[in-house]
Design a protein around this ligand. Structure first.
Ligand code: NIG
Ligand code: FE
Length: 412
C-alpha cells in the first residue's frame, strides 16, 4: 500500500450527475489531500495528515504545489493510421473543403491507401508513440477507431494492432470498428459495401473479440441515414454498442442515433435545436470534438445548449490525420470551454467520468475508493490554473493503475 501526497487540492469528480449543467461549487475538492493506493486501485482519499496517522503505508511524498485529477479519458480518436495529410491541410487552409478533397479521392481515402500499405509493426510503433504523447498530457484511457483499412484483412489488421498496443502500453486502448467510414473504391455502391461489412467483417470482429463498438460516418459523401439504419440494426443485433459520426457538416445522423438507441452521437457541429432536444430525450451521449472544428476552421458544436437541454456532454480529441491533427485534448477543451461558456466542472466532467460512460467503463473517471488509480497531477495550487493556461500547463505526474508513468523517474 502507498500513500501519495500531500496534494494542494484533490479534485475527485465524485458525486456529480451524468447529465446536464454543472457548477464549479459542486466539485468535491479535498485540500491538503492524500490518496491511499493498493496495487491498481484507490483505497481511500482524504486529509493527508489523517491518512498518514491512520494507515501503515509507504509514503510517496509530493513536494511543491500539486492539483490531482482523474486521468483523462479520450473517448474518440483515430490514432491508428499511417502517414501524414499535411497536403490536405495546406489545401484546406487555402480554401478547399474537407468534403471536396474526399470527393476527389483524397482525404480519408489517402489515409486508407497509406494504412493498407503499412505493416503491423509500423502501425504498432506509430500508435504506441501517439499513445505515449497522449499519456504525457494526462490521458490514461483512449478509444481508437479502425476505418482506414476498409477490407476484411485491413480492418482486422488495424483492430489487432490496437489490441496489441493496448496489451503492451500503459494507456488502456478501447477499440471501435469504423469500417463504415467511407466507401472504398473497390465497391460500386454504398449499399453493397455496408452489406459486405455486416456479413463478412462484423462476424469476424465478434469471433476474434476485437471490438464491442460499431461506428459509422453518417454524412453526404460518406453514408446516408437510410443505408446506415439497417447496418446499425444488424450490428446491434450482433451485440455491438452503436456510435455515429453525426451532424458534422449536415444533419440527420443525430436523429438516427436517437432512433437506433446509439450509445453516443459524436461531432454535432451542425445539430439544430430540435436535434439537441431529441438527443436529450433519447439519452444519447453527446460527444463533441473541438479538435475537428479547430482543424477544419469550422464552428464548434453547441455544447452549452446540449448541457442546458440535459445531455451528457463528452469532450474528446478526434485526433486523426485529416480533420483533427492536433491531438492535444487539454488545449482543445480549454479553448472550446472558453468559446462555449462551459464551467470548469463541465469541461473536466466531459473528459473524465462522463467520458468513461461513453466507453461503458465504470471503474475510472472519478477519484474514489475502489476506482482505478489513474491520476494526473499539475504543478499548481488551484485547479482553476489548469484551463487558464489553455493547455500550456502540462501534468508533471501521471499514474496509470497506481504506477507513476510520467514523473521524475519516467517509465517511458
Ligand atoms: O471524425 N468525419 C469523419 N472521420 C474523422 C476524420 C477522419 C479523417 O479525416 O481521416 C472525423 O473527423
Ligand atoms: Fe472521428
Amino acid at each position: 500500500m502507498i500513500l501519495i501526497g500531500p496534494f494542494s487540492q484533490i479534485i475527485t469528480m465524485g458525486g456529480l450527475p451524468l447529465c446536464g449543467p454543472l457548477k464549479d461549487d459542486a466539485l468535491v475538492v479535498i485540500p491538503n489531500g492524500g490518496v491511499l493506493v493498493n496495487k491498481d486501485k484507490i483505497v481511500a482519499l482524504g486529509s493527508f495528515n489523517t491518512l498518514r496517522k491512520k494507515h501503515k503505508a509507504r509514503l510517496v511524498e509530493i513536494t511543491g504545489p500539486a492539483c490531482l485529477l482523474p486521468g483523462l479519458i479520450d473517448a474518440h480518436t483515430h490514432i491508428c493510421h499511417a502517414g501524414s495529410r499535411a497536403n490536405d491541410y495546406a489545401l484546406r487552409v487555402a480554401g478547399k473543403t474537407y468534403l471536396e478533397i474526399l470527393k476527389q479521392g483524397g482525404g480519408i481515402l489517402d489515409s486508407v491507401r497509406k494504412t493498407r500499405a503499412a505493416s503491423r509493426k509500423q502501425l504498432c510503433q506509430t500508435l504506441s508513440e501517439r499513445a505515449t504523447h497522449a499519456l504525457r498530457s494526462g490521458v490514461t484511457t483512449c478509444e481508437v477507431k479502425s476505418g482506414y483499412g476498409l477490407t476484411v484483412d485491413d480492418e482486422i489488421k488495424m483492430l489487432e494492432v490496437i489490441k496489441s498496443v493496448h496489451k503492451d502500453h500503459p494507456v488502456d486502448l478501447v477499440p471501435s470498428c469504423l469500417a463504415a467510414h467511407v466507401k472504398p473504391p473497390e465497391f460500386d455502391t454504398h449499399k453493397d459495401y455496408l452489406n459486405f461489412v455486416a456479413t463478412s467483417l462484423l462476424p469476424v470482429v465478434v469471433k476474434k473479440k476485437l471490438s464491442r463498438r460499431v461506428d459509422v460516418f453518417v454524412e453526404e459523401g460518406a453514408f446516408s441515414s437510410a443505408l446506415s439504419r439497417p447496418y446499425l440494426q444488424r450490428a446491434a443485433a450482433m451485440g455491438f454498442d452503436l456510435i455515429i459520426h453525426a451532424d458534422q457538416f449536415s444533419t440527420g445522423g443525430s436523429r438516427l442515433a436517437c432512433e437506433v438507441k446509439a450509445l453516443s452521437a459524436d461531432h454535432l457541429e451542425a445539430s439544430t435545436d430540435a436535434d439537441i432536444r431529441a438527443l436529450a430525450k433519447a439519452g444519447v451521449i453527446a460527444t463533441v470534438l473541438p479538435g475537428a472544428s479547430l482543424g477544419l476552421g469550422m464552428p464548434f458544436a453547441p455544447a452549452r445548449k446540449l448541457l442546458d437541454h440535459g445531455c451528457s456532454v463528452v469532450i474528446a480529441s478526434d485526433w486523426n490525420p485529416g480533420s483533427a491533427p492536433m491531438g492535444d485534448l487539454w488545449t482543445q477543451a480549454a479553448v472550446f470551454g472558453a468559446a462555449q461558456k462551459l464551467s470548469t466542472a463541465e469541461t473536466f466532467a466531459g473528459m473524465t467520468f462522463r467520458a468513461a460512460r461513453a466507453l461503458r467503463l465504470h471503474d475510472r473517471g472519478v477519484l474514489w475508493p475502489d476506482m482505478l488509480a489513474d491520476m494526473q497531477a499539475f504543478p499548481c495550487k488551484d485547479y482553476r490554473e489548469i484551463l487558464y493556461h489553455q493547455g500550456q500547463l502540462k501534468p508533471n505526474r501521471v499514474w496509470k493503475k497506481g504506477v507513476l508513468i510520467v514523473g521524475e523517474k519516467e517509465k517511458l
